[in-house]
Design a binder for this molecule. Sequence first.
Ligand code: DGL
Length: 210
Amino acid sequence: MSQRMPDRTNPPDNRPIGVFDSGIGGLTVVRALRCALPNEDICYLGDTARVPYGSKSVDSIIRFAGEDAAFLVEKGVKALIVACNTASAVAMDSLRKHFPALPVMGVIEAGIEAVMRTGAERITVIGTRATVSSDAYRRGLHERRPSLLIESIPCPLFVPLAEEGQFEGKLAEEAFDLYLSHLRRSPPEVLLLGCTHYPLFRQALERYFE
Ligand code: DGL
């Protein structure tokens, strides 16, 4: 009779995964992580004291991201997920340099891959001022397919609206009008929500473009 021996080669690593954002936006990433990795513990930091990040200087965003990461490392996380496009766009090199022992993952690559899978040619990227100024999405998309037609639009009011729970209704629609009304005449094939707060507007945005 054979007896199964306990596997001692790969003891489970029960430490949590650290996830951070400037506020509640990163919880949209936590929701996806929970589905993909239901057995993992997640330690989430939303830096609501300093939200929004996207209208701050690059130096400030790099400093905030470093402090957020240090807070989570202090809690004993085994990996860091930067659930913030703004920090992913400008702070990844600095984070990887300061935390060389940890896997550090951002969200920009995943967004680019998701768009490439659609096969679309006309793409509008919306994000914070810092994400749009970084050009990270446009560069990444054009590296994969130079023929893509890409428009990038900063939508700085979306984050404070999301933090206030204004995902739909009059205020949200006024913000949509301010930044996106020209797209109603000829909507892009894909609207890339390049900020983790923006999926909270998804239903209202779908209605806006119906
Ligand atoms: N949710 C973040 C992002 O994905 C940060 C938004 C902000 O604080 O401006 O960009």
